[in-house]
Write a protein that binds this ligand. Structure first.
Ligand code: SF4
Ligand code: SF4
Length: 733
């Protein structure tokens, strides 16, 4: 969605709507506030409705709305306004439309809590589930979940404060619109699910800080959501929101963590000029509140339909000779098994590189829980699903409506599957089609970050969780319609994502290496894939001139703190032509660095990491149509200071888990880098290593130390695609 005004001077805790402009009063009458509709996720009479597929995901969120409170209290600011601003910003970071805070009025507690009956049903299923995968400590996750579902609900009336998350709705899907077969009459369900994703994450975060917290949804709650929305100044006493009327959903976190409260709205509070034109830098204005007003759901938010499509990806893939490798070759697995030495092993063990950051760890419980729902049996095929065009349109529209940022459909060739799974068992490719998805890591928070500070890991986790939820709902829906479908998430996947992103037209290979760059989201993305046997029409790869751009631009390589990105040419690796980075250097830095948690500085500093402003359109247009302008554009990007840190956008706390288990302000100096504009990085000065298939470990769970000398030799032995093709032609390779 193109914006006219930048939000660069708007703090994140203010959010995308100009709530701060509304007139306020000291108190509000709550007696006649209508309660939200109680949302049921059972719609057996309409098997085409995606509501049915949301059922288990909503139940999983409702089942995990409370949990253990960390006994070690975190060291956080005492200032109550700072606390409220921080938590609101976290909510906006999770894409809530509006966030308010309040002290919990006595009359907001329900006499009879709202219970989601699907939680019991899910608990029964989990009791019998025998996951075939050993990935990601699945047994531990299951044991924890079974335990928490058995435990009687604890009282939470001692909670004193509430965070209220309001989610807006896109326009109603039209039954006549191509692609909308599955998403009719499901807006409450969508906002309920998305709101609870945020509430469960924030409740988990607060408990990690050592304070009690519970999430409440429109399907499972101890509180009157509507009254809390009025008390926290989001809605009028009749339940109407000043910007949205009654088109919204709510979720709440109640907690013992004290914070400042927002004041209720004045009865006559209404949006003014700022809302009409978007003057204060807020993303949403009357004109721009819903990008789908002018777009079809199946087309998504960005003009993907304008991109040049080509028959093959713009980088060569030697398809018959791609080397399949075991999952054990994944660098995080190698770190865990000690292949990269003790320091990396310690940092990787128990997910320590995630756990050490409170904000990142907040996403982890839901991410683990959703692994249990990734796969399943298919029902009988529904008669309406024989047409591949119709299926493709329905899949795209459903995913864009749910909130995925980009979707591409392609074949799922055998060569994209790993050779062996996490348990060392051979993988026989099973699905012929792939649905690839991209989740934006969020421009606004990236603006405030160095890319390798204390929010970096949370940026990945947020996007991974979003995919696990939305991709999971889609896969479940396909199974209900009669087709096998499997989610391939960061926690448990059996296919390589980058080639599928290329085949489905979601981007091109970039200098960063395995990162596929999308013309509208840049490299600021995380991917996820659902494979299926549902017949669907494929998209084609795209060509937006990135190969020329990356050849002329070296910025990510220059700014990479570990020196992992090549300043040299593209070379052949395992059958793919790519700018091969030194994944060992990158992974070591990401998991073991002390001055932050993880890294995404290459994404942060890339000139394609854009806000989405109208004024940026000429850059994109020129970069895509005049390849010769790439060098000048890359220089201009530096001159404009793009990629520097914008302190207005820093909302997170630099909390690190220390030896006694508590989260405290990190004792290490926090990464806060400026651009290294003067650095002349030269390929000939770099020493890079790669570990192609012949150097990959066996598929089993035993240590297999990396031989860096062999890796360096392997880098030197890599050849360009042209030479590779010539050798193949002569039968030499
Ligand atoms: Fe950070 Fe790795 Fe990117 Fe380098 S390549 S900037 S270490 S994520
Ligand atoms: Fe390509 Fe430059 Fe972005 Fe690196 S920073 S991915 S070279 S455009």
């Amino acid at each position: 969605m193109t914006k006219l005004f930048s939000y660069r001077n708007r703090p994140v805790h203010l959010g995308p709507y100009p709530l701060e402009k509304l007139e306020r009063v000291d108190s509000a009458a709550l007696d006649h506030v209508p309660e939200m509709a109680h949302v049921s996720f059972r719609r057996p009479e309409d098997p085409l409705s995606i509501v049915n597929a949301m059922q288990e995901y909503q139940a999983m969120l409702d089942a995990t709305r409370e949990g253990l409170v960390k006994k070690e209290l975190a060291e956080i600011p005492d200032d109550l306004t700072e606390r409220a601003n921080h938590l609101k910003a976290f909510g906006y970071y999770c894409d809530a439309s509006m966030v308010g805070t309040c002290e919990i009025p006595r009359e907001a507690w329900l006499d009879t809590p709202l219970v989601n009956p699907d939680v019991d049903r899910l608990a029964d299923k989990l009791r019998t589930l025998q996951p075939k995968t050993l990935a990601a400590g699945i047994d531990v996750i299951m044991a924890g979940l079974r335990e928490s579902m058995r435990a009687p609900p604890q009282a939470c009336e001692h909670h004193t404060h509430a965070l209220v998350f309001l989610y807006d709705m896109p326009r109603d899907p039209d039954a006549e619109e191509v692609g909308c077969d599955w998403i009719i009459d499901a807006q409450d369900h969508r906002t309920c699910l998305r709101g609870m994703e945020t509430a469960v994450t924030l409740a988990s975060y607060i408990r990690t800080l050592g304070f009690d917290a519970r999430a409440h949804s429109m399907a499972a709650s101890d509180v009157h959501l509507g009254k809390l929305a009025v008390a926290s100044g989001l809605n009028h006493a009749d339940g109407a929101n000043p910007f949205l009327g009654n088109r919204y959903g709510l979720a709440v976190v109640t907690t013992t963590l004290a914070m400042s409260a927002d004041r209720p709205l004045a009865p006559n509070a209404k949006p003014g000029l700022s809302w009409a034109v978007g003057l204060s830098g807020h993303t949403k204005s009357r004109r721009k509140a819903d990008a789908f007003q002018t777009r079809k759901f199946r087309d998504g938010l960005h003009p993907f339909e304008t991109l040049k499509r080509v028959e093959d990806p713009t980088t060569y893939i030697d398809k018959p000779n791609v080397a399949r490798v075991p999952k054990r070759a994944n660098l995080f697995a190698r770190g865990l098994f000690g292949d990269m030495g003790k320091t990396v092993q310690e940092a990787t063990k128990n997910g320590n590189y995630v756990r050490k950051s409170a904000a990142a760890f907040a996403f982890r419980p839901s991410l683990g829980a959703f692994v249990l729902l990734q796969d399943g049996e298919a029902a009988e095929a529904h008669e309406s699903t024989q047409d591949p065009d119709r299926n493709a349109a329905n899949i795209k529209a459903a995913l864009y409506w749910l909130g995925v940022d980009a979707v591409g459909l392609s074949a799922c060739p055998d060569w994209v599957y790993y050779s062996h799974d996490a348990a060392g068992q051979p993988i026989t490719p099973y699905h012929s089609n792939a649905i690839s998805m991209i989740i934006d890591q969020g421009h606004e928070t990236m603006e405030g970050a160095s890319g390798d500070d204390w929010i970096a890991c949370a940026q990945s986790m947020r996007a991974y969780l979003r995919f696990s939820l939305l991709g999971g709902v889609l896969a479940e829906h396909l199974r209900r319609l009669g087709y096998t479908a499997r989610v391939h998430s960061v926690m448990d996947d059996e296919v390589l994502h980058p080639p599928l992103l290329l085949l489905s037209g979601l981007g091109e290979v970039s200098r960063i290496g395995e990162v596929i760059l999308n013309p509208f989201l840049g490299p600021r993305l995380k991917s996820g894939v659902v494979t299926t046997n549902m017949p669907l029409t494929h998209d084609k790869p795209i060509d937006f001139g990135l190969q020329t751009f990356c050849e002329a631009c070296n910025k990510c390589a220059r700014e990479c703190p570990s020196g992992a990105i090549t300043a040299g040419p593209k070379l052949m690796f395992n059958g793919y032509e790519i700018w091969k980075s030194d994944s060992q250097k990158c992974t070591t830095y990401r998991v073991a660095q002390k001055n932050g948690a993880m890294c995404g500085r290459c994404m942060k500093t890339c000139p394609w990491n854009l806000e989405g402003l109208f004024s940026e359109a000429p850059f994109r247009k020129l970069a895509m149509t005049v390849p010769k302008a790439a060098k000048a554009l890359a220089k201009l990007d530096d001159l404009a200071g793009q990629g520097e840190i914008n302190p207005v956008k820093k909302w997170w706390w630099d909390l690190e888990m220390v030896d006694d288990g508590a989260y405290r302000p990190s004792a290490h100096p926090v990464n806060a880098r400026g651009l290294q504009k003067g650095l002349d990085l030269r390929y000939e000065d770099q020493t890079l290593a790669v570990y192609p298939a012949p150097l990959a470990p066996p598929p089993y769970a035993y240590p297999y130390p990396m031989d860096r000398e062999a890796g360096i030799a392997a880098y030197k032995a890599m050849i360009p695609a042209s030479e590779h093709k010539a050798r193949r032609a002569k039968g030499l390779a």
